[in-house]
Ligand binder design. Structure first.
Ligand code: FES
Ligand code: FES
Length: 152
């Protein structure tokens, strides 16, 4: 089957029920996306399909019906996404394990909710867990990314 990731089409020879997470990490060697729980609880595996955040451990390869974007395709080193810039400015990451999923979730959330309240940020971002407890910095970074995106 064919799957498009970060703008590149790939032909992959996998079982249809293989989770997208496995396809990305094991077949395509895209390691920014992380395996945390495998059961839709942690969000470490969050990527976008046509701009919408999904937990890639819960999407079968055969059900991928759009373009997949991972953290590697969200921005580029010389042209970071506003969320990536905000993450650096606020030094959000601690161990870092959950953070690519957090960034992908935040980017999708802000595309749907450009001027969120603190409560909306907390509610949206509660879908992804951070064992290091970086939630206060996540909230500040999402707020500053929202402001930057609104200026643009
Ligand atoms: S690995 Fe997918 S939600 Fe935890
Ligand atoms: S930064 Fe360590 S789990 Fe979130």
């Amino acid at each position: 089957m064919q799957i498009t990731v970060n703008g590149t089409a790939h032909e992959v020879d996998v079982e249809g029920d293989m989770p997208l997470l496995w396809v990305l990490r094991d077949e395509l060697n895209i390691k920014g996306v992380k395996y945390g729980c495998g059961i839709a609880q942690c969000g470490a595996c969050t990527v976008h399909i046509d701009g919408v955040a999904v937990k890639s451990c819960q999407v079968a390869a055969e059900d991928v019906d759009g373009e997949v974007t991972t953290i590697e395709g969200l921005g580029q080193p010389d042209a970071l996404h506003a969320v990536q810039e905000a993450w650096i400015a606020h030094q959000v990451a601690q161990c870092g394990y959950c953070q690519s999923g957090q960034v992908m979730l935040a980017a999708s959330f802000l595309s749907e909710t450009p001027a969120p309240t603190d409560a909306e940020i907390d509610d949206a971002m509660s879908a992804n867990l951070c064992r290091c407890g970086t939630y206060p910095r996540i909230r500040e970074a999402v707020k500053s990314a929202a402001a930057k995106l609104q200026e643009a």
